[in-house]
Design a protein around this ligand. Structure first.
Ligand code: NAD
Ligand code: MG
Ligand code: MG
Ligand code: MG
Ligand code: MG
Length: 329
């Protein structure tokens, strides 16, 4: 696997270009500020009346309405919520794209699942930092960078690879290293990770463990500490040293018990269902469901949110976290 660093990227490619960063949320503020401080001409695109408008201006950036920012730019980075991108693309971006422009994403969903189909004369690439926006910003100000993925979807003029690497350099990514992927790989692995492991798998694991302890008569406060609160400790150890690093740090009792009981929790049935989740992602079924869900006013998502809000672990967790002065409210 090839890694691209600062020396592989030429920022001067962006010298005579204007980059529009659409959205000023988690990723948007980080990209806009990092590019600006890297000497790139940046304009932020937002809705009229957006709460972020003043924030971006007081951060020293020029702000225009989304369509005007797209019209001004040579490179349009779309850092809007994924489920709103298609509509905003049709109304504000597409009418303002000119031959030779490039459209950029930080996640492949809308391109890979054909929600956005840019004209053939437009370059399309992705630069996706492997970290949340606040980290992309903070690490840049400290002189380093967050590793990024990049991918090329359309390259009508043969310059998109250089442009993608220049963009990655502008946000600090090539300081850490940049890896090439495809829109397909990034989209499908991102969806799988959040569904099967990170958001879906993890929350069900935590909640089921909590439930088993409470049903067996243990105090919910104690169950909360053991099943949810201590998760951060374990995740931090894995983040820093992998699975081996985590097992090295915990007690030998935890190591033996974990290694023998883990495969009973996650067994071949779990693996098979994970493979089904992946098939649903690959076939486009998940994407279709989620797109239709948004068109239906998110009826299912709202019902699921209500169900999750009522979970006992949430009530007890709220009370216990009030005891923890170091947790930001
Ligand atoms: P976000 O929700 O934090 O920010 C979205 C921004 O879009 C906000 O500034 C909001 O005001 C603006 N916005 C919303 N509706 C708008 C409209 N109708 N017109 C104009 N502006 C509007 O989003 P985010 O988490 O930064 O995600 C942006 C992209 O980055 C997504 O494609 C996401 O998948 C990708 N991404 C996010 C992360 C992350 O850590 N958050 C990491 C990698 C990639
Ligand atoms: Mg992801
Ligand atoms: Mg995701
Ligand atoms: Mg313990
Ligand atoms: Mg040990």
């Amino acid at each position: 696997m090839k890694l691209y660093y600062d020396n592989d990227a030429d920022l001067s490619i962006l010298k005579d270009k204007t980059v529009a960063v659409l959205g000023y949320g988690s990723q948007g503020h980080a990209h806009a500020l990092n590019l600006h401080e890297s000497g790139v001409s940046v304009v932020v695109g937002l809705r009229k009346g957006s709460k972020s408008w003043k924030k971006a201006e007081s951060d020293g950036l020029e702000v225009l309405e989304t369509a005007d920012a797209a019209a001004r730019a040579d490179v349009v980075m779309v850092l809007l919520p994924d489920e709103k991108q298609q509509e905003i693309y049709e109304s504000d971006i597409k009418p303002n794209l000119k031959s030779g422009n490039a459209l950029v994403f930080a996640h492949g969903f809308n391109i890979h699942f054909n929600q956005i189909v840019p004209p053939e004369n437009i370059g399309v690439f992705m630069v996706a930092p492997k970290g949340p926006g606040h980290l992309v910003r903070r690490v840049y100000t400290e002189g380093a960078g967050v590793p990024c993925l990049f991918a090329i979807h359309q390259d009508p003029d043969g310059n998109i690879r250089d442009l993608a690497l220049a963009y990655a350099k502008g946000i600090g990514g090539t300081r850490a290293g940049v890896i090439e992927t495809t829109f397909e790989e990034e989209t499908e692995t991102d969806l799988f990770g959040e569904q099967a492991v990170l958001c879906g798998g993890m929350t069900e694991l935590v909640n089921t463990g909590f439930d088993v302890l409470v049903k067996a008569g243990y105090k919910p406060e104690i169950a909360y500490f053991e099943c949810l609160h201590e998760m951060k400790l374990i995740v931090d150890l894995m983040y820093e040293g992998g699975i081996a690093g985590m097992y090295h740090s915990v007690s030998d009792t935890a190591e033996y018990g974990g290694m023998t009981s883990g495969p009973k929790v996650i067994d071949s049935g779990t693996r098979q269902r994970m493979e089904e989740i992946l098939e649903n992602i690959q076939s486009g079924k998940f994407a279709r469901d989620w797109i239709l869900e948004n068109k239906a006013g998110r009826a299912s998502l709202e019902a699921l949110r209500r169900k999750h809000d009522r979970l006992p672990i949430e009530k007890i967790g709220g009370e216990l976290r009030d005891m923890m002065s170091w947790i930001k409210k």
